[in-house]
Design a protein around this ligand. Structure first.
Ligand SMILES: NC(=O)c1ccc[n+]([C@@H]2O[C@H](COP(=O)([O-])OP(=O)(O)OC[C@H]3O[C@@H](n4cnc5c(N)ncnc54)[C@H](O)[C@@H]3O)[C@@H](O)[C@H]2O)c1
Length: 330
């Protein structure tokens, strides 16, 4: 089996590759070409954490996989990532494990790529101003994905922890300089989203992180954070105001995302507000944006199809380019 570190993955796979891989994953998923059970979530209240098991099968690629991913928000105090993960890829011809990948980096890559894919198909082509809310472990890949699919002049960046916002901006000023975008640290979400054409929220918040009444017409929003029924990052106003709402997986979002479950339970929206899955828009069986004035919204909780398709393509490229370390139990 091939062991692939973050460095190996970066060597063979770009964010552009990841956006294409995730588009393929969403399409396969929405067309019924995969077996993706709802993930199993083990709560670990003793350490305020949870560990998720995300299995799946993609027949077309003869690939099976399971990602083991934990969310332990207190880990940074221990100098550890708050969302550590490992991806196990299984050869669908033999059932043998063929690769183990750094799932922490794979998660950042494919989660960024999910918002990148949705932004690519839903945001206005002339989008110029971006807003990023949240500067934690996922944020860098989220920003890189936005810049990969739209030529943004300026991105305003906000986190409730301003020191974190500042150090994040210093990092992206260096590492994402090639995009020629101005990155601005701001002190409120109002400042971040004012006039923004694309907004990505990627926080651990349980209360809405911006005022949906202030979103400009024509904007596209990616909701990436909330993945449990009590977690709400997007407010009811933006869910009500959005002209089109798409999910990565309708089943998963309706089971897991407080952003959608809370307003549904309150009765402030009904299910007919939802347009469908992003995979259908990618497959062109469903219309995405139909006018420059529409507000589009993509809610993602993350599905195993993203990990398996992206992981499989990384494994293929690494094998071709002889990158990674072979390991055998024998
Ligand atoms: N959709 C997916 O596929 C997917 C994949 C991975 C992670 N996630 C989720 O994305 C979220 C972020 O992940 P991460 O690894 O970056 O977490 P993290 O803990 O590293 O960072 C979260 C950041 O959010 C900030 N934050 C919290 N509340 C805020 C608020 N009200 N306003 C502004 N900023 C706020 C925190 O200060 C922190 O910097 C988590 O909830 C995680 O579970 C989703």
């Amino acid at each position: 089996m091939l062991l692939l570190t973050k460095k190996d993955i970066r060597q063979v796979f770009s964010m552009k590759d990841a956006v294409e891989a995730v588009k393929q994953a969403f399409r396969i998923y929405s067309e019924g070409g995969s077996v993706i059970p709802l993930r199993v979530n083990i709560n670990v209240p003793k350490h305020e954490g949870s560990t998720l098991f995300m299995p799946g099968y993609i027949e077309k690629l003869d690939s099976i996989g399971v990602k083991l991913i934990s969310v332990f928000p207190r880990n940074p105090e221990k100098g550890k990532p708050s969302v550590p993960a490992t991806m196990v890829l299984i050869d669908g011809n033999t059932g043998e494990v063929c690769s183990i990948l750094d799932g922490t980096y794979l998660t950042q890559l494919r989660t960024g790529a999910a918002a990148g894919a949705a932004t690519d198909v839903l945001a206005r082509p002339d989008a110029e101003i971006g807003a990023l809310i949240g500067t934690g472990g996922q944020a860098f890949a989220q920003l890189e994905a936005l810049l990969t699919v739209r030529k943004l002049k300026e991105v305003r960046i906000f986190d409730i922890n301003y020191a974190s916002t500042e150090s994040f901006v210093a990092r992206v000023d260096k590492e994402l300089a090639c995009y020629g975008t101005e990155f601005k640290a701001v002190k409120s979400s109002e400042e971040a989203i004012a006039d923004a054409d694309v907004i990505t929220a990627v926080t651990t918040a349980t209360q809405p992180v911006f005022d949906g009444r202030l979103v400009k017409k024509g904007a596209h929003i990616n909701g990436v954070g909330s993945f449990m029924p009590h977690m709400q990052e997007l407010d009811e106003f933006i869910i009500q105001r959005a002209d089109k709402i798409f999910f990565d997986s309708q089943d998963a979002v309706l089971a897991e995302a407080g952003d959608i479950i809370i307003p549904l339970n309150k009765g402030s929206i009904t299910k007919d507000k939802f347009n469908g899955e992003i995979g259908q828009v990618i497959a062109e069986t469903l219309n995405g944006r139909e006018s420059a004035e529409e507000i589009t919204l993509f809610k993602t909780v993350g599905i195993a199809a993203q990990d398996i398709v992206t992981g499989y393509q990384i494994y293929q490229k690494a094998t071709e380019q002889k990158v990674g370390q072979e390991f055998s139990f024998e």
